[in-house]
Design a binder for this molecule. Structure first.
Ligand code: ADP
Ligand code: MG
Length: 242
């Protein structure tokens, strides 16, 4: 069973007064299940735009974004809003810079809420128990077994980002998009979060797109790409150069 994200000749512009800004300029990229593509580049170069198009949050002007999941291949560039929402819920995990956790929910409940999204029928006690077990397992995997019943304000920044990552894994995503997950963390916490992402991407075999400025971990990535003015260029991996 193949899992992969393939971006082909992708172009995205935003309105800018009477003109348009080109955020993505004929971008090409392939990431397979279990691989991590790291994306670096200056602020405003188009990195977040690439993640937004890759995760169906924005429709591109032109090009193809094909996501292959165990349920088949889909062109994300032409989905309706409703189909895009369903695809995100079922197959895509999204982690932004700020965790965006719900203040009133415990860590465990943040994950459970994710699983019950979009369920219009009554959830059986058995399904609820299975969901809870899955959520507990994921919290344990990110090192938060002892913190499952804490609310966001009772957790540190690093712990909140771990909840965020665990939440993104609840639907066993085929695609994981992660945007500057360590920018609000100190060096050490940041390094731990990157190590966790490497571990999780490998364990879950998701195709992972990671925007990061943390150069200390780049040599662990499958591929490294640099975005400049909407152009994405592959960079020779550090280990190949060594
Ligand atoms: P990065 O993540 O590398 O900082 P972005 O993808 O956020 O870059 O932005 C790329 C370019 O698109 C920038 O020039 C930015 O100002 C512009 N941009 C981003 N989002 C929007 C938007 N919603 N409307 C208009 N311009 C935008
Ligand atoms: Mg950005």
């Amino acid at each position: 069973m193949t899992t992969a994200l393939t971006v082909a000749d992708l172009t995205l512009t935003y309105p800018d007064g009477a003109d348009r800004i080109t955020a993505l300029d004929h971008v090409n990229l392939t990431v397979r299940g279990g691989e991590i593509a790291a994306i670096t580049g200056p602020s405003g170069s188009g990195k977040s735009s690439l993640l937004a198009v890759s995760s169906t949050l924005i429709r591109p002007d032109s090009g193809r974004v094909t996501l292959e999941t165990p349920s088949g291949a889909t062109d994300l560039a032409t989905l309706t809003r409703r189909d895009a929402a369903a695809l995100r819920r079922d197959h895509i995990g999204i982690v932004f810079q700020q965790p965006n956790l719900i203040p009133a929910l415990t860590a465990l409940e943040q994950l459970e809420a994710m699983a019950h999204l979009g369920q219009t029928f009554l959830v059986s006690p058995r399904t609820r128990r299975a969901t809870r077990t899955h959520a507990q397992d994921l919290l344990a995997a990110v090192g938060l077994a002892a913190h499952a019943h804490k609310r966001p304000h009772q957790l540190s920044g690093g712990q909140r980002q771990r909840v965020n990552i665990a939440r993104a894994l609840m639907n066993n995503p085929s695609l994981l998009v992660i945007d500057e997950p360590t920018s609000a963390l100190d060096q050490e916490r940041g390094a731990e979060v990157i190590a966790l992402i490497l571990d999780m991407a490998h364990t879950h075999q998701a195709a992972t797109l990671l925007v990061t400025h943390d150069h200390s971990h780049l040599h662990h990535m499958t591929t490294i790409h640099t975005m400049v003015d909407g152009h994405l260029t592959p960079t020779t991996p550090a280990r190949a150069a060594a």
